[in-house]
Design a protein. Structure first.
Length: 594
């Protein structure tokens, strides 16, 4: 019975371009995992979209004298282009600026209010006398009172990762004009996390055995050392989702509260697009479903504490508010495999200093599989890692090209030439042949186990190790020499190698899908391993927005060893990857920085 698996991917803020750190942090890991689960035949829904209401967008809009809508739409278009070129197979990549998301977020707010997990409180908030308005948290920066970092936001410190009490920020300053803000009273709704603390703690403890230590440290560790306090979920803003309470028309839902609801609203929007409005319940209301959130470590508290709290607190009442006939509890996150940070040439990535490798810019010079391979090999799964251009050059040439690409091209080219595009008959297989094929077959378990646990670096390393085993086998059997004296013996080695390569093409497919699809075609298959992406203009009451969608109808791939048969016709191959010139290392390093 296929599993229902929701792959929920971090929502990029629509105020800046995406760099390799973002890709390694959440977007690429999510796609690798989703592709693997699709190959297994599971029912996968991968969703995300552009976070359109964050204060980073309004900050940039004011700086450029544009509207927040113009800023978000500009960067949203770039995200769609990048994700298509990178092969990130979102079933739906949408936006938080849709009528559907407004409706779902307001229903969640009302459900929490109805269930008694909201309260109103007058609080002190930073106010700018020079601008005559209350300031959202990202408009205020200062020194973190926990770790001393000088550029902490008033709601969260990017260095130590802690959620902050904005009023305790040391030496606050406004981002717009650098003036010193003052604290004034304003009334807001709060999510009563303390009332939900026992349920959240029980939820986290049930996952202690397999969640990553960094995620547990920032979630369960926080509860056990500090406990949970109520957090405001409304703000004095005009750009965002209106608070669905009479008299609160000049306030909006706080972006951190409504953006995570996007995982639910995107599933609902996808269901509506498919013409099956209740399809989302297969993931969100089916307790056998698995929901995984792919994020960076700076977003751990929101996904491991606050989002589960919203889901727990809204149970029952949400279905009533949203007009569902059937009531059922929400599915809580199965895993939150948050990655650490990716640095660049020994320094922290900084967009303002142009110390970054930008995704779209990279793809003007290199192929997406080269990027996907390298990012997976250096993925910051357990600690911060580093992008190094010299390492990128060597891993591309010495591993992707030399170990895997050359293996596939050399064997298929040799077979195409000497057996005229027909898979040779091996006759009776010898022990060394059977041992190799058995080893490759085990890869579907060993690589699969690492993928299941979202240990993607380890999974790719295992696939590459298996490719090396095939190369060793060919070094021993040497069909390019044997063919001169014993074509039948050479044919046996070529058949075994082709069968191994066919299996390897599936093991590599989640990581390097473009080359795997090519290889699948070279081997004579007329189906596809994966489906196809496309963009679509969608209309709602807030206007038209462009979404990225995924069509799985042509995908016939499977996660099983090769069944390649003698006598099968296959196609003339060509190299799967490009070998790079060493000069790119210094050229790319010279492009870094201001």
């Amino acid at each position: 019975m296929p599993e229902s698996i929701l792959v929920a991917v971090a929502w990029p803020y629509g105020n800046t371009e995406i760099h390799v750190g973002n890709l390694a942090g959440s977007y690429l890991p999510a796609d690798i995992y989703a592709r693997y689960q699709r190959l297994k035949g599971n029912s996968v829904l991968m969703v995300s979209g552009t976070d359109s209401h964050g204060t980073p967008i309004t900050v940039r809009a004011e700086a450029e004298n544009k509207t927040p809508l113009e800023i978000y739409q500009h960067f949203h278009a770039g995200f769609l282009e990048l994700f298509q070129k990178m092969g990130l197979t979102y079933d739906l990549f949408t936006s938080t600026h849709t009528q559907n998301h407004f409706k779902v977020s307001q229903a969640m707010f009302t459900a929490l209010l109805k269930n008694g997990f909201m309260y109103k409180e007058t609080q002190l908030q930073w106010y700018s006398p020079s601008q005559g308005r209350f300031l959202p948290d990202r408009y205020v920066e200062g020194t973190c009172y926990i770790c001393g970092y000088n550029n902490a936001r008033s709601d969260q410190c990017d260095k130590c990762g802690n959620l902050l009490d904005a009023t305790k920020l040391i030496n606050p300053r406004t981002r717009i004009d650098g003036s010193i803000p003052e604290l004034r009273e304003t009334e807001h709704y709060f999510l009563d996390l303390s009332k939900l603390e026992p349920e959240i703690e029980a939820f986290l403890k049930a996952r202690e055995s397999y969640w990553r230590p960094n995620v547990l440290r920032q979630s369960l560790g926080q509860i056990q050392t500090e406990g949970l306090r109520g957090r405001p979920i409304t703000r004095d803003l005009e750009w965002g989702i209106p608070v669905p309470v009479e008299g609160w028309d000049k306030k909006c839902l706080y972006v951190w509260f409504e953006a995570v609801i996007g995982y639910l609203s995107a599933a609902i929007e996808w269901s509506q697009i498919q013409g099956d409005p209740d399809a989302w319940r297969s993931w969100w209301k089916n307790q056998d479903a698995k929901v995984l959130h792919f994020i960076g470590k700076d977003n751990i508290p929101f996904h491991a504490i606050i989002w589960p709290a919203e889901l727990l607190g809204a149970d029952g009442a949400f279905d009533e508010e949203f007009g569902c006939e059937e009531q059922a509890p929400f599915v809580l996150p199965y895993d939150v495999p948050a990655n650490e940070f990716l640095n660049l040439e020994g320094q922290k990535i900084s967009g303002s200093r142009n110390w970054a490798v930008w995704g779209l810019d990279f793809l003007t010079r290199y192929d997406p599989d080269a990027l996907r391979y390298y990012l997976t090999m250096i993925m910051p799964e357990t600690r911060d890692s580093d992008w190094d251009w010299n390492e990128f050059y060597h891993r591309n040439n010495d591993e992707l090209v030399a170990t895997w690409g050359n293996l596939a091209n050399r064997v298929l080219s040799f077979a195409y030439k000497h057996w005229e595009g027909v898979v040779p008959d091996p006759g009776k297989l010898e022990k060394e042949d059977l041992d190799l094929l058995a080893e490759i077959e085990k890869g579907f378990d060993t690589v699969g186990a690492e993928l299941e646990a979202v240990r993607l670096r380890s999974a790719l390393n295992e696939a590459m190790r298996l490719a090396s085993e095939v190369n060793k086998y060919l070094d021993t059997t040497a069909p390019w020499f044997t063919i001169k004296t014993d074509k039948e013996k050479a044919g046996r080695a070529v058949f075994v190698a082709m069968k191994a390569i066919d299996s390897l093409s599936k093991l590599f497919a989640p990581f390097v899908p473009f080359s795997s699809e090519k290889l699948h075609t070279y081997l004579g298959y007329d189906d596809q391993l994966f489906g196809e992406q496309y963009t679509k203009e969608l209309d709602d009451n807030l206007g038209t927005h462009t979404a990225l969608l995924y069509d799985p109808s042509k995908a016939k791939g499977d996660w099983k060893p090769s069944n390649l048969q003698p006598g099968t016709r296959f196609n003339q191959p060509s190299p799967l990857f490009k070998k790079l010139d060493e000069k790119i290392v210094e050229e790319e390093r010279q492009n870094l920085g201001e």
